[in-house]
Structures are given as structure tokens and as C-alpha cells.
Design a protein around this ligand. Structure first.
Ligand code: JFZ
Length: 419
């Protein structure tokens, strides 16, 4: 048993960026502020006294933690991570350390508690995001150089006075925290990052820590936002991804990724052995924008049919040649390679995989289990393994036609060096 076992098996999670920044939704004094809406305070250099007044307006009457967790399950997600404190320093939970929290708003409810309880009831691993270095409200936190003089800051005062106590609160008052997601460690001293890790583990030894704690101290690797590594990785890793251009709710940005694109990314990430943490940004009323839920519902419907090819998979072997028609995922325990055919071969009516060494046992269409014709050959003079699957035109699916290729043994690919 590894600490990361549940995480690796989970593959797909819901990220929730929610805080006061949902109120302006990316606009300040009638002006569109570029980049993520959760950065509005810094990007528009809003004086703290002015930003603070957003707390007087935080009253998300539509927020329903239970409904959101149930939706996440329907969408096929297997863990959930909410911004307990983002860079603006505002706690979405009840904290004794500071008045800068959701408890001091007209809403006055502990959002983290409601989500933690809903997750416990629904059997969903619950995780919290915590901005450990940046805090634009705290006089000693990193990042606010328009209200505070950076040369007068003492990071340790903030770290010991706010970060460690709040992390302890999160890890003691909300039941099991499956993972804590730190972010933007910048040049935080390594000794403090270690102390942060020790503090987390002293409270909950099973709590995972993401890669952005810094200095390789996390339990799993963090890919750059919205990115997919070139090659498969054997370690546990995760890509955080947005549906539009912003993490927090942004009024003007309704250019969401299509269900097809999300499925494509999820499949590629799963095939490289990673997890996708896909973000939503609820609005000031507490509603996930309809444009986001529509995409997630479609992805959930797809996963209900084809989830076998995504969940409980591990990194597929890196093939010697780029696959032109789509992507591979791989389940080692079932010894099954899944072909995700994105460009359906309407004229050729077959797809080719070059470089697979393992003998094939059977090939079926995942949608209805029907057996498909296939052929496997080896050409000694060219040292070339070829494997074809024949695809009748009527088998094409809307986003991705999934074919289960059952192997006689572990999936092994030829390396480029032997070719
Ligand atoms: C950070 C935050 O600043 C942002 O608001 C959001 O919470 C996001 C999930 O994380 O932004 C980053 C951090 C790292 C990279 C990009 C954006 N990166 O490594 O590419």
C-alpha cells in the first residue's frame, strides 16, 4: 500500500476556485482585468481597504454543497479540492487566527465545513487548496506591495502566526483531509517548506501533499497548469486544468472547452499515468456557470459508458512512433490496452499500431462488446511489429471510439533504438 494509491486510482478530480473574487468576476470599476479573476486584487492593485468591502457583499444564496458533491460524482470525478484560502488571504472556513474569513460576511457559513460534510456523506475524498506563501491581506504575507512595504515584511511572523495555525485548523476540524494542495512557493525557504510538511503529517499522517509545496517535498508531481507531459511518467502526477481561461469565475469568459476536448485531455493524461484536476469557478450566488456544467455533464455521460478505459489505469508504454489516430490507455491488471480512436478511419477502415511486441489475445469494441477483426504480424528483415484493427464505419462514436485490446502479457513496446 502506497500513500498515493487512492489518488492514482482516482484519475479525475474536481477543483473549485471560489472566494470573494467571484463577486467582481474579472471586472473592476467597469474595466476588464486580464488574467485569472482570482488574481484581480493584485492585477488591478486594489487597495486592501477597498477589496475588504467585498466581504460585506458575500452572500451566495444558491450555494448547495451537497448538490455540488453529487454533481461531481455524476460528472465522474473521484476527488474534490476547494480553495480554503487563495492568494487574497480570505479564509473560506471558520478560523480563530483572523477575521478575514467567510464567517465575517453576511453569509456567515463555513464553506469548507459544508463541503467536507457533504463529501464525507457522499464518500468523496475531500481536499483543500491553501496558498501558503502569497497572502495579500496579511501585512507579512507575500505579494501585496501596494498596501505594504515589502522591505518591512517578516515572512516568519506570517508563517508561524497564520499559515501553520490555519493548516492545523484545516487538518483538525474537518475530518479526513485526503490531500492539501499548496501553490506558488516561489522562493520560500526550504526549511519552512519542510516544517509545513511536518505540520500536515503530524495532524493527518495519510494526508497527501501536492508538488507545489516546493523542493520536491510533495507526494506527487505537479504538471504545469493546463499542460500534458510529452512522455508517460511512472510516478503519481496531476495536471490542474481550467475550462475557460480563468480559475475563479469570470463573467466575460464563456469560451469553455468542449466535452470532446476535455475527454481528449483526460484520455491523454490517463494514458501517461496522471490525474486531471478539472476546475470550476462558482459565481457570486454559489452557482457553477451553466456553460461549465453542460460540458461536465457530457463528459460524465461519456465516462459512464467508457470509464473502464480511464479509471484504474496506469501509464501506457511509450510507443516508438506518434499515433496518428488517437491515444492509448492501459490497464495492467486486465492486461488491456485501450485504443481511443479520435480520427475514425472512414476510408481505410483500419487503424495501425507499429511497435507493439506483446501478442494480442482478443479485440472488442467497448461500447457494445462486439468482437472486431484484427491482425498482428512481424517482419524480421525490418524488425517491424505491426498490429491492425479493422473498423466498420457503423462503429464510430461521437467523441472517441474505444477499442479494448486484450494482450497475452504485459504491454511491451519496441524502443526507437532497436529500429
Ligand atoms: C496558481 C495560482 O496563482 C492560480 O490562481 C491558480 O490557483 C492555479 C491553480 O495555480 O497559478 C499557477 C501556478 C503554477 C503554474 C501556473 C499557474 N505553472 O506552473 O504553470
Amino acid at each position: 500500500m502506497e500513500r498515493t494509491d487512492w489518488f492514482r486510482a482516482a484519475t479525475y478530480g474536481l477543483f473549485i476556485h471560489w472566494g470573494l473574487y467571484a463577486i467582481p468576476g474579472g471586472e473592476w470599476r467597469g474595466e476588464a482585468i486580464p488574467c485569472g479573476s482570482e488574481w484581480i486584487m493584485k492585477n488591478a492593485r486594489i487597495p486592501l481597504a477597498e477589496y475588504r468591502r467585498l466581504a460585506e457583499r458575500f452572500c451566495p444564496a444558491q450555494f448547495d454543497a451537497r448538490a455540488l458533491v453529487r454533481a461531481a460524482k455524476r460528472w465522474g470525478m473521484r476527488y474534490l479540492c476547494v480553495t480554503a484560502k487563495h492568494h487574497d488571504g480570505f479564509a473560506m472556513f471558520d478560523t480563530a487566527v483572523s477575521d478575514w474569513s467567510v464567517m465575517h460576511t453576511p453569509y456567515g457559513r463555513d464553506v469548507v465545513r459544508d463541503l467536507a460534510n457533504a463529501c464525507a456523506e457522499e464518500g468523496m475524498p475531500f481536499c483543500v487548496y491553501y496558498s501558503q506563501m502569497q497572502d495579500w491581506e496579511d501585512p507579512n504575507g507575500h505579494g501585496n506591495d501596494w498596501d505594504y512595504d515589502p522591505t518591512k515584511k517578516d515572512f516568519r511572523t506570517y508563517f508561524y502566526g497564520k499559515v501553520l495555525p490555519q493548516v492545523r485548523e484545516l487538518l483538525t476540524n474537518y475530518g479526513r483531509i485526503a490531500m492539501i494542495w499548496f501553490d506558488t512557493p516561489y522562493d520560500m525557504p526550504q526549511a519552512l517548506c519542510r516544517e509545513l510538511r511536518e505540520t500536515v503529517l503530524a495532524c493527518q499522517p495519510d494526508c497527501l501533499i501536492n508538488g507545489r509545496i516546493g523542493y520536491g517535498l510533495g507526494d506527487y508531481a505537479q504538471a504545469a497548469d493546463n499542460s500534458i507531459p510529452t512522455l508517460a511518467r511512472q510516478c503519481a502526477w496531476e495536471t490542474p486544468m481550467t475550462l475557460n481561461s480563468s480559475w475563479g469565475y469570470m463573467k466575460r469568459d464563456t469560451a469553455y472547452r468542449s466535452p470532446e476536448e476535455v475527454i481528449d485531455r483526460l484520455v491523454q493524461i490517463a494514458g501517461k499515468g496522471g490525474n486531471l484536476l478539472l476546475n470550476v469557478g462558482p459565481d457570486a450566488d454559489g452557482c457553477v456557470p451553466a456553460g461549465e456544467t453542460e460540458v461536465l455533464e457530457r463528459v460524465g455521460e461519456w465516462l459512464a459508458r467508457f470509464g473502464e478505459s480511464v479509471f484504474d489505469t496506469a501509464a501506457a508504454p511509450d510507443m516508438p512512433y506518434l499515433i496518428r489516430w488517437g491515444h492509448l490507455t492501459y490497464c495492467p491488471s486486465r492486461r488491456c490496452l485501450y485504443f481511443h480512436v479520435r480520427e475514425y478511419p472512414t476510408i481505410a477502415q483500419r487503424v495501425l499500431l507499429t511497435g507493439l511486441r506483446t501478442p494480442v489475445r482478443a479485440v472488442t469494441l467497448l461500447s457494445d462488446g462486439r468482437a472486431l477483426k484484427w491482425s498482428q504480424s512481424y517482419e524480421p528483415a525490418r524488425n517491424e511489429h505491426r498490429f491492425y484493427v479493422f473498423l466498420p464505419p457503423e462503429c464510430a462514436e461521437e467523441f472517441d471510439t474505444v477499442i479494448a485490446v486484450e494482450l497475452e502479457g504485459e504491454a511491451l513496446a519496441q524502443s526507437l533504438d532497436e529500429l
